[in-house]
Design a protein around this ligand. Structure first.
Ligand code: C2E
Ligand code: MG
Ligand code: MG
Length: 750
C-alpha cells in the first residue's frame, strides 16, 4: 500500500514542478528584491565578490562572503584604504606599481592580480573596477568586482619560476638573463650608465661528468653556483645558461682593474677542489668580460663580445680571463682554422718535435730533453702548443696527436749519439685511456728505445678521474720501466696526498713560481723550498721550469732544485740543431741571459699616436710597463710635457715626459695600467661611447680608433705643432746604427 501511495504522491509533485517550470518569471530591473537575491547567491557561491570605495579610496563595501573566506571581520575591513588592503603583486620585471598608479589616475582596473594584505593565509585576487562620478562630475569612488585566483595564480607563478630559473642551481636561466640584460641595457642607455657582462665556462667539467657520473656533475654545478654567488653577492645577477656555462651581469661597472680582480677571484674560487659524494673533483673556469657601452650597446652585441672574450680566454690555455678586444673577431676564425687544419697537419708534415735541454743544477750538464711539439702552419706561421693542444683535446684529436708525438720522439731519441733521457708530455685525456700503457709498450718495441730513457710528463689533472684506474696505469707503466714526471706542479689544485701514492721520479716546479721569485717580499722561494724538501723525502728529482735570468738561476739553486730548464740554458731545439750540438760531445751548458728579470717592463714595437695639445703625432712604442712607456719618434721634447698616449680601442693614457734624449722619451702614466688577463697591459678606463655620441656621432660600441672621432669634433685651436716628428726606424734602416739607438734607449731609460 505504502509503496503505491508514495508513487502517487511523487507523481503529483512532479506534475506540479513541471507546471511551475512552465510559468516564466523574469527578474525585471524594477524587481530590486529579486535582483539583490540573485547577487547574494552569486556572492555566496564564491563565484565572485563586489567591492566599493568612497571618494577617499576607503572601502565602503565588500561582499560578506569575501571577508569570511579570508578569515576577517567585515567591520574591521570597512574603512581601510584600498591600497592598504590589496598589495600590488610586484613584478620584478616592471618597476612601477600598477595599482597605485591606476587608482591615482582614476583609471579603470581590469583583471589585475593583487595580493591580500589582511587575512591569515596568502591569497591572490583578481580585481576589476570602474571609477564613479557624481552628477557634478566629481569623482565618487570605485565600484568593482573580485575573484579568488590563489590556486591558479600560485601554480602560474611556479610555472613562471620554472620558465625563468634554472631548476638545478636556482640561478636565473638563459631566458631570464637575456630579458634582464636587454631591459638593463635599454634603461642604462638613457642614463649613460655602464654594465659589465662576464661569461664563464667551466674547464674539464665534461671529464668529471663522464667519470663520476651525471648526478655528481649536477652536484658539482650546484656547488659552483654557490661559490659564484658568494663571490658576487649582491653586486650582480648570476645565471646558468645551460650545461657548464654561467653568466654574470654587473650593473654600473666599467673599471677593468676591478673586473680583472673579480675575475681572478672567481677563477680561484671555482678552481678549489670539490668534495662530491666521497670523491674529490677539481675543475677550473675561463672567463670572458665585455662592458657596455664600450664593447656593445645592445644585449646581443654585448653577449657576443663576452663570448668572443671567453673564447680567447679558453684558447690562451685555461683558467684565464680576457677583456673583449676588437681583434677577437678574428679569433673565432683562427680557432676554426686550427680545428680544420689540425686534421691534416700530421699528414702534411707540419708538426715537428723540438727538444729543450734540462740540465743538472750543479754541473749544468745536460741530463734530459723535453720534447715539445711545434706546428708550422703554411699560412699562419708558427702556432704555439698552448693554442692547438686544447683544441686537439676538444675535438678528440689528442689521441692521434699524442701517439704521433710519442712515436716521433722515441724514433728521434734513438738517433742521438748520446744516450740521454727524453721527456714526452702526455695529455691527461690520453693518459687516462685504458689502452695507454699498451701504446707505450708497443711504441718502445717498435722504435727500440730503452724504457728507462723515456719519461712521461703528466699534470695533476690525471688525478681527477677514476683513481683506481689511474693507479693501475701507474703500476703498469712502472713495470714497463718508464719514468714519470709531474709537470706544472703547483699551478692548480695541488693535493700533496697523491704524491705519496703516485710513483713519480720527478716533480717539475712550474715557471710561475720562478717568475717574480726574486722580487722582495715574494713568498715563492719559501714554497720552492717546501716542494724541494718534500720531493727529496720522497726520493724524487726536482726541475725548476722557465729559468730565464741569472738571479733566478741563483735562487732556484739556492732553494735546492736538482735540475733546471729554461731559456737561460737553451730554448727548444730542432732535431737537427740538437744533433749538431750532441755531436760536439759538449754537454755542459753555459747560462746566458739577463741578470735580472724585469717583470714590469715589456719590449714592444708598435705604432701608436701621441696627443699633445690639439695635435696628433705618430710615434713608436718601444716598451711598456704598468707605470710608464718608452716612445720614439719626437725630437727634443722638454721634461714635464703632458701628453696622452692613444693605445687604441679607446684607451687613452695620460702621461708626463720624465726622460728625454734625442728622439726617445720615457713617459710616466698618471694612473697605472692593468693586466689584460693575457700577457699584455691595458687601461682601466676607456673613452666612453657616450662621449663620442655627445660629440655628434651616433651611439655605437668602440671602433679601433674612437679618439679620431672625438678629436674631429673637439679640436678647435690651430696652434702649430710643438714637436718635430721623425721616423727613427727609417733613418736606422738607412744608416744602420743600431748601437747608438740602443745607447739612446738606455740613456732615456736612465
Ligand atoms: P710544459 O710541458 O710545461 O712545457 C714547458 C713550456 O715552457 C714550453 O712551452 C717551453 O718552451 C716553455 N719554456 C721553457 N723554458 C722557458 C723559459 O725560460 N721562459 C719561458 N717563458 N718559457 C719557457 P711550449 O713549448 O709553448 O709548450 C707549452 C705547453 O704545451 C707545454 O707546457 C705542454 O703542456 C704542452 N705541450 C707541448 N708539447 C706537447 C705535446 O707534444 N703533447 C702534449 N700533450 N702537450 C704538449
Ligand atoms: Mg712539460
Ligand atoms: Mg711545465
Amino acid at each position: 500500500m505504502a509503496g503505491f501511495f508514495a508513487r502517487g504522491a511523487r507523481a503529483k509533485v512532479k506534475q506540479q514542478d513541471e507546471e511551475a517550470a512552465l510559468e516564466l518569471r523574469p527578474i525585471t530591473h524594477a524587481d530590486t528584491m529579486r535582483r539583490i537575491e540573485l547577487l547574494d547567491s552569486f556572492e555566496n557561491a564564491g563565484l565572485g565578490w563586489f567591492w566599493a570605495t568612497d571618494r577617499h579610496g576607503r572601502l565602503i563595501y565588500l561582499s560578506e562572503n569575501a571577508a569570511k573566506t579570508i578569515g576577517c571581520d567585515l567591520d574591521e575591513i570597512i574603512g581601510t584604504q584600498l591600497t592598504k588592503f590589496f598589495i600590488p603583486e610586484v613584478d620584478d620585471q616592471k618597476s612601477e606599481r600598477p595599482l597605485n598608479f591606476l587608482l591615482g589616475a582614476r583609471n579603470s582596473i581590469s583583471q589585475l592580480p593583487v595580493r591580500l594584505a589582511l587575512g591569515k593565509n596568502q591569497a591572490w585576487w583578481e580585481i576589476a573596477g570602474k571609477p564613479q562620478f557624481d552628477k557634478a562630475q566629481e569623482f565618487a569612488g570605485y565600484r568593482g568586482s573580485a575573484k579568488d585566483i590563489s590556486g591558479t595564480f600560485q601554480s602560474q607563478r611556479d610555472a613562471d619560476r620554472l620558465a625563468q630559473f634554472d631548476s638545478l642551481t636556482g640561478l636565473s636561466n638563459r631566458h631570464r638573463m637575456n630579458k634582464r640584460l636587454a631591459a638593463t641595457l635599454q634603461a642604462f642607455r638613457n642614463s649613460k650608465r655602464s654594465c659589465a657582462l662576464l661569461m664563464l665556462d667551466l674547464d674539464r667539467f665534461k671529464q668529471v661528468n663522464d667519470t663520476l657520473g651525471h648526478p655528481a656533475g649536477d652536484e658539482l654545478l650546484r656547488q659552483v653556483a654557490g661559490r659564484i654567488e658568494r663571490v658576487i653577492g649582491e653586486t650582480g645577477e648570476i645565471g646558468r645558461l645551460g650545461g657548464d656555462e654561467f653568466q654574470i651581469m654587473i650593473p654600473d661597472m666599467d673599471d677593468r682593474g676591478e673586473l680583472g680582480e673579480l675575475s681572478k677571484r672567481l677563477i680561484q674560487m671555482v678552481s678549489q677542489p670539490y668534495q662530491i659524494s666521497g670523491s674529490r673533483a677539481v675543475i677550473g673556469t675561463s672567463i670572458g668580460v665585455a662592458v657596455a657601452p664600450y664593447d656593445g650597446i645592445e644585449s646581443e652585441e654585448l653577449v657576443k663580445s663576452a663570448d668572443l672574450a671567453l673564447y680567447a680566454a679558453k684558447g690562451g690555455g685555461r683558467g684565464q680571463y680576457r677583456f673583449y678586444h676588437i681583434d677577437f673577431q678574428d679569433g673565432v676564425k683562427h680557432r676554426r682554422q686550427i680545428e680544420e687544419d689540425l686534421r691534416d697537419a700530421i699528414e702534411n708534415g707540419e708538426l715537428k718535435m723540438y727538444y729543450q735541454p734540462i740540465v743538472d743544477a750543479k754541473t749544468h750538464k745536460l741530463q734530459c730533453l723535453e720534447a715539445l711539439m711545434r706546428w708550422e702552419h703554411p699560412e699562419r706561421g708558427f702556432i704555439p702548443p698552448s693554442q692547438f693542444i686544447p683544441v686537439a683535446e676538444d675535438i678528440g684529436m689528442i689521441k692521434e696527436l699524442g701517439e704521433w708525438a710519442l712515436t716521433q720522439t722515441c724514433l728521434q731519441a734513438k738517433q742521438w749519439p748520446v744516450e740521454l733521457r727524453v721527456a714526452v708530455n702526455v695529455s691527461a685525456i690520453q693518459f687516462t685511456r685504458d689502452d695507454f700503457p699498451d701504446l707505450v709498450k708497443s711504441v718502445l718495441m717498435e722504435t727500440g728505445l730503452e724504457p728507462h730513457r723515456l719519461e712521461l710528463e703528466i699534470t695533476e689533472s690525471v688525478f681527477l678521474g677514476d683513481s683506481e684506474r689511474t693507479q693501475s696505469t701507474f703500476e703498469v707503466l712502472k713495470r714497463i720501466g718508464v719514468r714519470l714526471a709531474l709537470d706544472d706542479f703547483g699551478t692548480g689544485y695541488s693535493s700533496l696526498s697523491y704524491l705519496q701514492k703516485a710513483p713519480f721520479d720527478k716533480i717539475k716546479i712550474d715557471q710561475s713560481f720562478v717568475r717574480g721569485a726574486t722580487e722582495k717580499g715574494n713568498n715563492n722561494p719559501a714554497i720552492m723550498s717546501a716542494i724541494v724538501s718534500l720531493a727529496e723525502s720522497l726520493h724524487m728529482e726536482t726541475v725548476a721550469e722557465g729559468v730565464e735570468t741569472k738571479d733566478e738561476l741563483s735562487l732556484v739553486k739556492e732553494r735546492g732544485a736538482s735540475h733546471v730548464q729554461g731559456y737561460i740554458f737553451s730554448k727548444a731545439l730542432s732535431q737537427d740543431e740538437l744533433l749538431e750540438r750532441l755531436e760536439t760531445k759538449d754537454l755542459v751548458y753555459e747560462p746566458r741571459g739577463p741578470d735580472k728579470y724585469r717583470a714590469d717592463r715589456k719590449s714592444v714595437y708598435r705604432k701608436i699616436s701621441l696627443i699633445h695639445e690639439d695635435h696628433r703625432y705618430n710615434v713608436t712604442l718601444r716598451n711598456l710597463s704598468k707605470t710608464g712607456a718608452m716612445i720614439e719618434g719626437l725630437l727634443e721634447v722638454p721634461l714635464g710635457t703632458p701628453v696622452v698616449l692613444n693605445l687604441g680601442g679607446g684607451q687613452l693614457a695620460v702621461a708626463k715626459v720624465r726622460r728625454s734624449s734625442g728622439y726617445m722619451q720615457g713617459v710616466e702614466f698618471e694612473s697605472a695600467l692593468i693586466s689584460d688577463g693575457a700577457d699584455g697591459l691595458c687601461t682601466r678606463h676607456r673613452v666612453s661611447p657616450y662621449q663620442i655620441e655627445a660629440a655628434g656621432r651616433p651611439l655605437s660600441s668602440l671602433p679601433q680608433d674612437p679618439y679620431e672621432m672625438l678629436k674631429a669634433e673637439l679640436s678647435g685651436t690651430y696652434k702649430p705643432k710643438a714637436f718635430m716628428e721623425i721616423d727613427p726606424g727609417a733613418s736606422r734602416r738607412k744608416n744602420e746604427k743600431p748601437a747608438s739607438a740602443r745607447a739612446d734607449i738606455s740613456a732615456a731609460l736612465g
